[in-house]
Ligand binder design. Structure first.
Ligand code: UDP
Length: 329
């Protein structure tokens, strides 16, 4: 019998790519999602296949899978600053109650579990680039607090289950990642810039755009997560692309790629927006023999191709009427 894997957040951006990876590697995939931010279209190509099952379930409720279960990947969570504002309680619950349920399930089944943690555990970092040893600078009561603290708690409880119950745990600290199946209107920088270009709207750079990020193409990240899951490394591992760019330069790159006849305009910087972010991936290189292989030019090209195929309706969907509230006036 094939090994069985449960992937939560399966209809989301990273979750759906993980489903593809495990399915293509020959696993029996159980995909779980409550669909508050996920989209079943991301899994449409797997629907109906043998060895693929979708369960519409909220992991913060009692969660059970009958029969054998060998692997769990917990990738359910809202993951954009606008989502945290819109659904803060769910964001907190999935990173606390949700992971507690899954750790219980992992213990019951003897399954190995990998959790999606985040560079947000470092907050607005005072150490640059960020190594796994850095403990972070997080504002628990700021707009990002619901996400950052849930993810920090998630790491703590996962580590406790490992040390106290001896279950097999892996912690991926994921830095900014992009690629096909990101939500066009989730407020993140890249979909925002591409969406604006396609609609003929001006590109909105928050602040003066001197804040930096380091963007990893999704295929590279998925490979890193897969390697981590099957490694023996139980400490957190940074996964991301260490090539850093300012948001203003990133916006210019996207504008050049899309060829849109629009301008770059500036809006106020959101509260607690980290000033810089770049992963130190020494541990991933040493322990997993992993580093990204797809550069931004190639990754952006592939991502733009995907967004171009979306319908007019998708392009104009206003998911976040309270978007303006996110920007400090
Ligand atoms: N950003 C921007 N314009 C937008 C959306 C985002 O300038 O329309 C900025 C945002 O303030 C941040 C960076 O782009 O400095 C990355 O934002 P994103 O939400 O993609 O990721 P995160 O802040 O979580 O790294």
């Amino acid at each position: 019998m094939k090994a069985r894997v449960l992937i939560t957040g399966a209809a989301g951006f990273l979750g759906s790519h993980l489903c593809d990876k495990f399915f293509n590697e020959g696993f029996d995939v159980i995909a779980m999602d409550n669909l508050i931010t996920g989209d079943l279209r991301n899994l449409a190509h797997l629907n109906g296949k043998e060895n693929f099952t979708f369960l519409h379930h909220d992991v913060t409720n009692f969660t059970h899978v009958s029969g054998r279960l060998d692997h769990i990947l917990h990738f359910a969570s809202p993951a954009s600053p606008i989502d945290y504002l819109r659904i803060p309680i769910q964001t907190l619950k999935v990173g606390s109650i949700g992971i507690h349920r899954l750790l219980g399930l992992a213990k019951d089944k003897g399954a190995r579990i990998t959790i999606a943690s985040t560079s947000e555990v470092y907050g607005d970092p005072e150490v640059h680039p960020q190594t796994e040893e850095y403990w972070g600078s997080v504002n628990p009561v700021g707009p990002r607090g619901v996400y950052d603290e849930a993810k920090r708690f998630q790491e703590a409880i996962t580590t406790a289950y490992h040390t106290y119950h001896g279950i097999e745990t892996r912690i991926a600290r994921i830095f900014n990642t992009y690629g096909p199946r990101m939500r066009l209107n989730d407020g993140r920088a890249l979909p925002a810039f591409i969406g604006q270009s396609l609609r003929g709207e001006n590109i909105t750079v928050f602040g003066d755009g001197s804040q930096t990020r380091s963007f990893c193409y999704v295929d590279d990240l998925i490979e890193g997560i897969y390697k981590l899951h099957f490694s023996e490394e139980t400490r957190p591992v940074n996964l991301g692309n260490p090539v850093e760019i300012t948001i203003l330069d990133f916006a210019k790159e996207v504008l050049k790629l899309t060829g849109a006849n629009v301008k770059i305009v500036h809006k106020d910087l959101p509260t607690d927006d980290p000033k810089k972010r770049r992963p130190d991936i020494t541990r991933a290189k040493d322990v997993l023999n992993w580093s990204p292989t797809i550069d931004r030019a190639e990754g952006l090209k592939r991502t733009f191709e995907y967004f171009r195929t979306l319908s007019k309706e998708d392009l104009h969907k206003n998911e976040h009427k309270d978007f303006a509230a996110y920007i400090k006036k």
